[in-house]
Design a protein around this ligand. Structure first.
Ligand code: IVH
Length: 671
């Protein structure tokens, strides 16, 4: 039993802390059941750190209280470079020194807990509560696989209180909400709420099923071991004791070092597997921390540098609709202006009608809006406690607000559409043109949305082909258009004529044809006429031969290209644009032919786009998700769930060097 306990704990650590599984799941399960059986027969011999205690226990009526012997404090917040300068200045003045080393670490967006270990064995856990007393969540914390039930090594302190944050990975959050949805249960608004809701379950078996995670960032009480001399050494020590500590930390010098760390983490934030709401700076030398001490409830030696809030509360003033380039009608919440994610938001998408019903958002509700990074703002959920009696439900209009054509919603589709088409509906016309000129399509630099609005509204252009009939006089007649800008636009249009077949297909804006399908079509057919013929032949049946093209996509392509107005546009456009036409189908050969790659994490030198382009040029395909069909996963720093999935499925994992070597050994030749 002791052997199985130690062995299973070792595998749990490898899997949940080191991200490097050591045995197949089935073998783990077999050993686990064996230990369970032995413990049932000899309960007196079960160890306190047995992994079988991680599945949760019988529900309790309420949480007991725990008192924190060393209080759990909070941090002072800062938001700007000035705040960072002031913090560093106060620290330097307080210590009477010229320069200070800091430990920069992540500000995890979860909930704080304190874990108590006695003689290396986990004995109690409490939430922060009011800082002095919290709730006893020992049984629930036990279910978190990343938290060791026994500390590693022989030299363990007699008492150690580990402080850290319980959180839920983004991928686990998505899975949990999917399960909640499938079960008709309420979804969680964000990973932090999900983590809190999952930890504070009176039935710890539910907590056990939620896959929570944990990162350590400090300690409370410590007895029977020397305190390390620096905070960074303390974190190293915690990691050596088997506790999860994020790798995203660095010792930096001065305010400039802090700002560099902040900027660097800000860039990598979206790629992290879990959410953070800023970074935390701590004076590295423990002796200096003691000298600086505390002011009211926060340390003078630390500061949280927060990112602008990504979520805020505001009121839904109305729900209108927007018409997309394919005619899709999107309900949009008109909001009381609110500052979130660094900008003021007045509109947020509600995606589609079913989504409005599912989230039950009504006019008059107070809602959580979210804007993360460059992602478009969205309404996450309404706040039930703030729903007034006179809320109104959204009604999908019968007619397009832009062109008046009927709005239709096929029974098997989630999306309602304007039936006018781009020739009748100026919203679709504008959307189509904006897509056509966008960077990944035909790429006309400097031809922005407002210019297209004006060109369409003033009737200067009707179609993408008309763009190439623009001249200086036509452009200069527009508002706010100087000669120089007009010349730039014309030069960009000229430059855009030299393109590729894949870009051209993508630029047409055919529904369901994204960049990768466009590339597959270009590669399969080699030239435009071959594609047009296939689209016109028996409802596009030949299109199904193209990898990735199923019946729905084939139908969109066939319908689009055989529509007389679209066909006329394509014919006009090809007189302006030119690309290399393949005489016959190019089939990639070489090491990468037909192989699907998944990219994850940050590679040392290549950007994601660059890596994808190299793989595709060598005949490979790049996909966004790992499945049995994936041939290779190329993993860089901060690779998260995709890497774990690849390891689970036994898929070959490459680093950038391996990829470069593989690329060298492959080539593309005509068949
Ligand atoms: S240190 C004495 N470090 O932020 C300082 N806190 O506002 C105690 N948090 O309640 C906190 N990441 O929940 C510290 N790397 C980090 C943190 C962190 C997140 C949370 C923690 C705390 C709150 C303080």
């Amino acid at each position: 039993m002791a052997w199985l306990t130690a062995e299973l704990n070792r595998h749990i650590y490898a899997y949940h802390v080191m991200d490097a599984p050591t045995i197949p799941d089935a073998e783990y399960d077999r050993m686990f059941r064996e230990l369970q059986d032995l413990e049932a027969a000899h309960p007196e011999a079960a160890s306190l750190d047995s992994p079988t205690s991680r599945v949760g226990a019988t529900p309790i009526p309420e949480f007991k209280q725990v008192t924190h012997t060393v209080p759990m404090l909070s941090l002072n917040n800062g938001f700007s470079p000035e705040d960072v300068d002031n913090f560093d200045r106060r620290v330097r003045e307080g210590l009477g020194v010229e320069q200070v080393d800091y430990n920069g670490e992540l500000k995890f967006d979860g909930l704080a807990v304190s874990l108590r270990y006695e003689d290396g064995v986990f004995v109690q856990a409490g939430t922060r509560g009011d800082g002095a007393t919290g709730e006893d969540v020992t049984v629930n914390i036990r279910t978190i696989r990343a938290i060791p039930l026994r500390l590693h090594g022989d030299a363990v302190p007699s008492v150690l209180e580990v402080r850290g944050e319980v959180l839920m990975y983004k991928a686990d959050f998505a899975k949990l909400n999917q399960r909640q949805r499938d079960a008709g249960q309420k979804e969680y608004a964000n990973p932090r709420n999900a983590a809190a809701g999952s930890l504070r379950q009176l039935d710890s078996r539910i907590t056990s099923s939620r896959n929570l995670s944990f990162f350590s960032y400090g300690i409370g009480a410590l007895e029977g071991a020397a305190m390390p001399e620096s905070h960074s050494a303390l974190l190293d020590w915690l990691a050596a004791l088997g506790l999860p500590v994020s790798k995203e930390r660095a010792v930096v010098t001065g305010a400039a070092g802090l700002m560099d760390y902040f900027t660097d983490i800000g860039k990598r934030r979206a790629g992290l597997a879990y959410e953070i709401d800023g970074v935390v700076y701590k004076v590295d030398r423990i002796e200096d921390q003691r000298k600086l001490g505390f002011i009211s409830r926060a340390p003078r030696f630390a500061m949280a540098h927060k990112f602008p809030a990504e979520e805020a509360l505001t009121e839904v003033l109305d729900i209108g609709v927007q018409v997309g380039r394919t005619g899709a009608i999107t309900p949009v919440a008109r909001l009381a202006p609110v500052f979130v994610g660094g900008v003021t938001i007045e509109n947020a998408t509600l995606h589609n009608e079913s989504e409005v019903r599912r989230k039950d958002i009504r006019i008059g509700d107070t809602v959580i809006v979210r804007r993360a990074g460059d992602v478009i703002p969205e309404v996450v959920a309404y706040v039930p406690e703030r729903r007034p009696a006179n809320v109104r439900e959204f009604v999908m209009p019968a007619n397009c607000p832009v062109c008046g054509s009927a709005i239709v919603r096929p029974e098997d589709e989630a999306v309602a559409r304007c039936s006018g088409g781009w020739t009748h509906c100026s919203a679709q016309k504008k959307g189509g043109l904006m897509h056509f000129v966008s960077r990944r399509a035909i790429d006309v630099e400097g031809l922005g949305d407002q210019l297209i609005e004006q060109l369409v509204d003033k009737g200067v252009i009707q179609t993408a082909a008309d763009l190439y009939a623009l001249d200086q006089d036509k452009l200069c007649a527009l508002d706010r258009m100087a000669t120089k800008s007009a010349q730039n636009v014309l030069a960009a249009l000229e430059k855009s004529k030299d393109t590729t077949l894949a870009r051209f297909i993508y630029a047409l804006g055919i529904r369901n044809v994204g960049e990768s399908t466009a590339k597959a079509l270009a590669q399969h057919f080699g030239n435009l006429d071959a594609l047009l013929h296939a689209a016109a032949f028996e409802g596009g049946i030949q299109l199904l031969e193209v990898a990735d093209v199923g019946p729905v996509v084939a139908r969109s392509i066939a319908e689009f290209l055989t529509d007389p107005e679209n066909a006329a546009l394509v014919a006009q456009l090809r007189t302006h644009l030119h690309w290399k036409e393949g005489a016959h189908v190019m089939k990639p050969t070489g090491a990468l032919a037909g192989k699907t790659f998944v990219l994850t994490g940050t590679l040392p030198t290549l950007s994601r786009d660059e890596a994808a382009a190299l793989i595709e040029a060598a005949g490979g395909k790049v996909s966004g998700s790992v499945s049995k069909k994936t041939a290779y996963v190329v993993a860089g720093d901060d690779a998260g769930s995709k890497l774990a999935k690849a390891q689970e499925l036994g898929i070959a994992i490459l680093d950038e060097g391996d990829l470069q070597a593989l690329l060298k050994s492959s080539s593309t030749e005509p068949e």
